[in-house]
Design a binder for this molecule. Structure first.
Ligand code: ADP
Ligand code: TRP
Length: 320
């Protein structure tokens, strides 16, 4: 089984990305052949500052390795290192009905959030289909918001296979329903668009400050604290054992301690969870040559798959 997913380097990594996307995707490494890539072409639809972009790409690259992507077992590469994807995207775009793209929620959402309605943003699902089909993926772990794009991919693959003979494998989206939405420090979904994130590799003091500023209600120190819908409890749940969580909640319900105490307790847990990941991150950052070797090896392995698929697709349409 080939497991395939991409991540957009469009901002700093936050703990919502870790629990919602990175960890579930990397947990699948043991269940098949993992292929992970940095969707830098896709990110260009929204990030248009070269220095910022370079730093996001580096952070995602080091971040995924630090979180446990095993480059010996899995393939890891940058999308833009393998130009074949552009040619496949073109072949697919000649089969893509405008109406299919017009129905895509992600495009409509991006435009309603103020992003320019560029051709790249509109054609985004076609490039995503090219990614998935080029590597003949079986399973594509994605968040709910990307499910429609995997369905577009299947449509295009079926259309191509019917017209020109079978070239592409039909991929299945894998949406892990049990991954809840991670809550940010203001109680809304943690997202860079809300500026409510806890960054994984940012400044430690700032991290502390943001944990201490998690929004709580105005229950007095001595009174029992509500645990239902509490952001502190939701975040604690991510980093504690069930017993520790039960104790944390019971303690809040007893009353007698202020929110500041619970925030400190949460902060310690978060630090313990992310300390080894941060350590690996900064170690990798200090060894750029080793990281380059890892990426070159991943690119070589990915490219040999990509070239085989593209050759078959070119041949099928009559380009020889
Ligand atoms: P952001 O909302 O900060 O812009 P992205 O859209 O770049 O995050 O998210 C990248 C991946 O991380 C997606 O697969 C998304 O599902 C996951 N993710 C991001 N934020 C959360 C969250 N708060 N809870 C769960 N998953 C999240
Ligand atoms: N569009 C995906 C996202 O926003 C990233 C992505 C690009 C992707 N190509 C992909 C994900 C192929 C899975 C497979 O998260």
């Amino acid at each position: 089984m080939r497991i395939f997913t991409g991540v957009k380097p469009s901002g700093h990594l936050q703990i919502g990305n870790y629990f919602g996307a990175i960890k579930p995707a990397l947990d699948l490494q043991d269940q098949g052949e993992g292929i992970y890539f940095i969707a830098d072409y896709h990110a260009l639809t929204t990030v248009q500052n070269a220095d910022e972009f370079r730093s996001y790409i580096e952070e995602v690259e080091l971040g995924w390795l630090a979180c446990g992507l095993d480059p010996k077992k899995s393939i890891f590469f940058r999308q833009s290192a393998i130009p074949e994807v552009n040619e496949l995207a073109w072949l697919l775009s000649t089969l893509t009905p405008m109406g299919l793209l017009e129905r895509c929620h992600a495009y409509k959402d991006a435009v309603s959030n103020g992003f320019a309605a560029s051709h790249g943003l509109f054609a985004y699902p076609v490039l995503m289909a090219a990614d998935i089909l080029l590597y003949q993926a079986d399973v594509v772990p994605v968040g709910k918001d990307q499910k429609q794009h995997v369905e577009v991919t299947r449509d295009l693959a079926m259309k191509f296979n019917e017209k020109f003979g079978t070239v592409f494998n039909l991929p299945e989206p894998r949406i892990s329903e049990e991954v809840a939405t991670i809550i940010g420090i203001d109680g809304r979904k943690m997202s860079k668009s809300y500026d409510n994130t806890l960054q994984m590799f940012g400044d430690e003091k700032l991290f502390q400050k943001r944990v201490m500023s998690i929004k709580t209600d105005s229950t007095p120190v001595e009174a029992p604290k509500p645990v239902e819908g509490s952001t502190l409890v939701e975040l604690y749940k991510l980093v504690a054992t069930p017993e520790e969580l039960a104790e944390f909640k019971a303690d809040m319900q007893r009353g007698g301690r202020g929110y500041g105490d619970y925030k400190k307790q949460l902060l310690e847990k978060l630090k313990t969870c992310f300390a080894p990941i941060r350590e690996r991150y900064f170690d990798l950052k200090s060894r750029p040559d080793d990281v380059r070797d890892i990426m070159q090896d991943g690119t070589k392995r990915a490219r040999s798959i990509a070239q085989k698929t593209l050759d078959a697709a070119r041949h099928a349409v009559g380009l020889t």
